[in-house]
Design a protein around this ligand. Structure first.
Ligand code: HEC
Length: 123
């Protein structure tokens, strides 16, 4: 029995690693966009993922598992809890994939209008 377990445990661990690695890149951004709208993420995080009362989601630095864990158990009561009954891990993977396609906003020094104004008022 011990021998079987010794062989199976590493295999199971490898399987988990493989499936989670696939999970990282397997999300569907189009479905994620739909879910982002349907489940009101946009209402607090904005269509751009970086405005509204919720935190900025762009650029997304969380790994998919961290993102999923957060949405299941947000830090404050300002964000609703999304259980597995509401959104599956796969759906959250789609949302995570979609958020990662959203472009970051430009840096202040890259905004021409801002530079023009600064030049005009002499900084
Ligand atoms: C009613 C407003 C509201 C809605 C709806 C909402 N959020 Fe949030 N979200 C927040 C607020 C406020 C925070 C920051 C603190 C907290 O956790 O409450 C946050 C934080 C987050 C964070 C952590 C960001 C970070 O870097 O700290 C993630 C990820 C996130 N939300 C994802 C989502 C997703 C995905 C959805 C939709 C399924 C969603 N949120 C819907 C309000 C909301």
């Amino acid at each position: 029995m011990k021998l079987i377990y010794g062989v199976l445990a590493p295999l199971a661990a490898a399987a988990i690693l493989v499936t989670s690695a696939v999970g990282q890149g397997n999300g569907n951004a189009a479905k994620g966009k739909q879910a982002f709208m349907d489940y009101s993420c946009y209402a607090c995080h904005g269509f751009s993922g970086q405005n509204g009362p919720g935190n900025r989601l762009v650029p997304m630095k969380m790994a998919q598992v961290v993102f999923t864990a957060y949405v299941r158990n947000p830090k404050s009561k300002q964000m609703p809890t999304y259980s597995t009954k509401v959104l599956t891990d796969a759906q959250l993977g789609d949302i995570w994939t979609y958020v990662r396609t959203l472009p970051d906003s430009p840096k202040a020094e890259d905004i021409k209008l801002l530079k023009d104004i600064q030049a005009e008022v002499g900084k």
